[in-house]
Design a binder for this molecule. Structure first.
Ligand SMILES: Cc1ncc(COP(=O)(O)O)c(C=O)c1O
Length: 423
């Protein structure tokens, strides 16, 4: 008979877990900084960062310390009461950004769910169908315009706003009033946005969709368009935020301020936490009882996020992001040149994409596996783009070691694909 202490292997996944993931062969059991060890004791360089989550690496002593300290104080109070770490985190986010008000959640999807609900609620309050009977809570201004290839989460609302039909297939009926237009195409957006639009939603850097940064004039144009039609501009910074581009949020690089911003992933450094940031005026529509979450703003998550916040907002971190970004991009370009494997290397800060050259298109997963065999963890963003989202504190030596291991993986990948073609 098994007990909770009986050892587990990758095969245990196939036996007991829902089959919605296809995890790799190794099981990581320990991490420190940008190194990870698997069950067999093998050590890997982590250039994946848990998909842009492990913003300060694994088991940073300050973050572990904050978690342990809070774990010995109080874990949960529920939102009928507030708690000190949540208040400190909200104040820090307000002080550092455009926002006046914060709603705390547990994930990016939940932060976006709150944002999209709030956009509709705000429209109902400010553009009611029947101004004499505002209690009816109805508005024709309920449409949301988002981008193809975007990703905003997996709840039914957020996955529908996300522009990747493969993720909504079979889950209908889907929420109505949601439109998609190509990313970075202002004219396409202008054709669809009108006075029925309550929100325009974009990622300043499309992460899952292929690591594509927005053009500055695109975000500026969206701001003007939203204002023209009384719509809210929502920036999903779940992946691009939390210091990943060197600034705390990518909107700061663009000088374009949204009405609502969502953040998660790197803000918790691996602890599940998300937040929706907004203005005083917009937040007013989230009246008491209109939205909530049992765990949102829980003391453990907020204590961790506060420690992470201090680290990612340090000037030394910002400088490291810029320097390691240049090192990683340059290294990838050289690998691309030497092996003719990449068509483009792009991205901002430590969210970098390397698009596979035509002969290797569609094979990103194979390259992840080849890299893993050489003991380096990397990501994909769709089948054609390799993605790198390491810790913002990764050292020069770890980037160098990661790149040299990755190059060995690339060589094996190229050889395997060339042989397969020749055969
Ligand atoms: C831009 C963006 N928004 C939202 C999400 C969803 O976040 P979560 O998985 O924490 O719900 C993700 C996750 O990859 C993301 O990249």
């Amino acid at each position: 008979m098994t007990t909770t202490h009986t050892p587990v292997t990758r095969a245990t996944f196939d036996q007991f877990m829902a089959p919605n993931y296809a995890p790799g062969a190794m099981i990581p059991v320990r991490g420190l900084g940008s190194r990870v060890w698997d069950q067999s004791g093998r050590e890997l360089v982590d250039l994946a960062g848990g998909i842009a989550v492990s913003s300060v690496g694994h088991c940073h002593p300050k973050v572990v310390g904050a978690l342990v300290e809070q774990a010995n104080k109080i874990w949960h109070v529920a939102n009928v009461l507030t708690n000190e770490p949540a208040l400190k985190l909200a104040r820090a986010l307000v002080d550092a950004t455009f926002a006046d008000r914060i709603f705390l959640a547990n994930s990016g999807g939940e932060a976006n769910e709150a944002a999209f609900k709030l956009a509709r609620r705000y429209a109902t309050d400010h553009f009611p169908k029947d101004p004499k009977n505002i209690d009816k809570h109805e508005s024709d201004k309920n449409e949301i315009v988002a981008c193809t290839n975007s990703f905003h989460g997996r709840t039914l609302f957020t996955v529908t706003v996300g522009g990747q039909p493969k993720y909504t297939q079979g889950f209908g009926p889907l929420p109505a009033g949601i439109h998609h237009v190509p990313y970075n195409d202002l004219d396409a957006m202008k054709k669809v946005v009108n006075d029925k639009t309550c929100a325009i939603v974009v990622e300043p850097i499309q992460g899952e969709g292929g690591v594509t940064p927005a053009k500055p004039e695109y975000l500026q144009g969206l701001r003007a368009l939203a204002d023209q039609h009384g719509a809210l501009l929502i920036f999903d910074e779940v992946q691009s935020g939390a210091g990943r581009t060197g600034e705390l949020y990518a909107y700061m690089n663009y000088g374009v301020t949204p009405d609502i911003l969502t953040t998660a992933k790197g803000i918790g450094g691996g602890f599940p936490i998300g937040a929706m940031l907004t203005t005083e005026k917009v937040a007013k529509s989230l009246v008491v009882g209109s939205h909530g979450s049992t765990y949102g703003g829980n003391p453990l998550g907020c204590a961790v996020a506060l420690a992470v916040f201090d680290l990612i907002t340090a000037e030394s971190t910002r400088a490291n992001v810029k320097a390691r970004s240049a090192q990683l991009k340059e290294g990838l370009k050289k690998i691309g040149d030497r092996h003719q494997v990449f068509a483009d290397v792009r991205g901002d800060g430590l969210l970098i994409g390397a698009e596979l050259a035509q002969p290797f298109a569609g094979k990103a997963k194979d390259l992840i596996n080849a890299a893993e065999k050489e003991s380096v963890m990397v990501l994909m963003a769709g089948p054609d783009v390799m993605r790198f989202a390491p810790s913002l504190l990764i050292t020069e030596a770890d980037v160098a070691e990661g790149l040299s291991r990755f190059e060995r993986g690339v060589a094996a990948f190229v050889a395997a694909n060339t042989q397969a073609k020749a055969a």
